[in-house]
Design a protein. Structure first.
Length: 115
């Protein structure tokens, strides 16, 4: 339960406070800075001329699609790095707090055992 709450808190912090991060909504991640995915072109076969124009359109689409997916991958990798860093920082903070409480509890127990 603690792990689920912890993970949910991290996701909320990361998605709410980082301007370069994507968005998680209803279990789906979406990039914020990659624009709209290019629309798949139609291959026309009315004539050689329309076919050749379709091939040019496909080549343009392929470049835009490659740029788009590169952006998506880069943003996802950046988000993953932010999430991992934030999770590690929070985990280290929790461990330090738990160790502090353990030391205080052990010291109190030792004091009470002497009485």
């Amino acid at each position: 339960m603690l792990q689920k709450t912890f993970l949910a808190a991290i996701i909320i912090v990361v998605t709410g406070s980082v301007s370069t991060a994507g968005t998680i909504s209803n279990g789906t991640w979406s990039p914020n800075n990659c624009g709209i995915e290019p629309e798949l072109p139609v291959i026309k076969q009315d004539s050689v001329e329309t076919y050749n124009q379709s091939i040019k359109t496909i080549n343009e689409w392929q470049k835009k699609a490659n740029d788009h997916i590169s952006c998506v991958i880069n943003e996802a990798n950046a988000d993953n790095a932010i999430i991992a860093r934030t999770a590690t920082e929070q985990q280290n903070k929790f461990r330090a707090a738990a160790e502090k409480i353990k030391l205080a509890t052990d010291a109190a127990k030792a004091t009470l055992d002497k009485q």
